[in-house]
Design a protein around this ligand. Structure first.
Ligand SMILES: NC(=O)CC[C@H](N)C(=O)O
Length: 367
């Protein structure tokens, strides 16, 4: 067990705001879009969610690291975030099952972070000014830091799924009498696959740019379009694949990026939000059942509400009760639906797990 290094570190935001703290994780320099997650637990799952690739995460919960790290509590093989900002960082942990401390985990995976900064102030800043790029460094002087920050591309129009998708096709789940689900991996979280496997699905996971024809050769019963990082508006390749799935009337379920790609495939645009939704307690209303769900969310883009409401082919199924944004949609005459939030939770509440059952039902109805 080791205390975090106390080397001085700086966080510089694109608008020139500077925060001074100390280095955690790996010493060095790293930048990306700065965004905050309000979840009070599940830091390891957040850092390893591939949808955060290209982003610096601010944890609003003020005490991070106190339950250490556990090999199995990951959503991909290693952290995918571009940096971490916390208030109070604990290198010491108290959980008997933890395999190591968070400092060791971050250092091992080359994740650069800063602690000892006023995260409430940073969050208020982002909430007021909107999403922006930032850089963390424990080695560069201010001038050099600015030059490095200027090199970081804007999240808008950035295609990132091909950076995190699987390189090779792989299979998960038993080859049995269940359902064959072709998964288009745009940056998938492990817990989504786990939820499908638990429901008797045999999953074949395909790289982001796989064509429909290639997936169809396996003769799947249904298609799943995953979550992922970056701007969905520049992912024509994925929208075109989804169009072909829809043309063949195949059952389709999408989560987060998957819901944005489904919307784009039927001509409904997406847009960049002011600062996005990232947390574990976002209220969403299911317009079909009338019930509300407490949901896990991580998105910086959203489907255009007006365009969806005016669409002849798609309809709104779930709405965000904080900001009235689109949280779910389905197609009127095709077996396809998707949600913007995260029913697999991990981290987060389990209110929305029924959506996986709905997908299985959709597959059964179309078999
Ligand atoms: N979790 C996700 O799939 C995120 C989708 C997209 N990158 C967004 O930020 O909106």
């Amino acid at each position: 067990m080791k205390y975090p290094t106390r080397k001085k570190a700086t966080l510089l935001l694109q608008d020139g705001t500077i925060f001074e703290g100390f280095s955690i994780g790996k010493e060095g320099t790293s930048g990306g879009e700065i965004c905050f997650n309000t979840g009070m637990t599940g830091y390891q799952e957040i850092y390893t969610d591939p949808s955060y690739f290209g982003q610096i995460i601010v944890n609003t919960t003020s005490h991070i690291g106190n339950y250490g790290a556990l090999d199995t509590e990951v959503e991909s093989d290693a952290p995918t975030i571009n940096g971490l900002v916390v208030n109070e960082f604990s290198g010491i942990y108290s959980r008997t099952s933890a395999t190591e401390g968070l400092q060791e985990f971050l250092e091992k995976h080359n994740t650069v972070g800063i602690a000892g900064v006023d995260t409430r102030k940073i969050v208020r800043h982002i909430r007021t000014k909107g999403a922006m790029n930032a850089i963390i460094s424990s080695e560069l002087e201010d001038k050099e830091l600015q030059a490095e920050l200027d090199k970081i591309p804007s999240m808008e129009s950035l295609e990132l799924s091909t950076k995190v998708t699987t390189k090779e096709i792989y299979d998960l789940g038993e080859d049995n009498d269940g359902y064959k689900v072709a998964v288009l991996d745009l940056g998938i979280k492990k817990s989504i696959l786990k939820n499908l496997i638990e429901r008797n699905c045999q999953c074949r996971v395909f790289p982001a740019k796989t064509s429909f024809a290639e997936m169809e050769k396996w003769n799947p019963d249904g298609y799943f379009i995953s979550n992922g990082p970056g701007d969905p508006a520049v992912m024509d390749y994925a929208a075109n694949t989804v169009k072909e799935i829809l043309d063949k009337d195949k059952p389709l379920f999408g989560i987060c990026m998957g819901s944005q790609i489904l919307a784009l495939a039927v001509g409904i645009p997406t847009y960049k939000m002011h600062h996005g939704h990232r947390g574990l307690n976002h209220p969403v209303k299911n317009l079909n059942s009338g019930f509300s769900e407490v949901t896990s969310q991580n998105h910086g883009f959203a489907v255009e509400m007006e365009a969806l409401k005016n669409s002849e082919v798609a309809e709104l199924t779930h709405i965000d009760l904080n900001h009235n944004t689109v949280e779910g949609l389905r197609l009127k005459n095709k077996p396809a639906f998707a949600v913007q939030y995260h029913p697999e939770s991990s981290p987060g509440p389990n209110d929305s797990k029924y959506l996986f059952d709905d997908f299985i039902q959709l597959i059964k109805d179309n078999k």
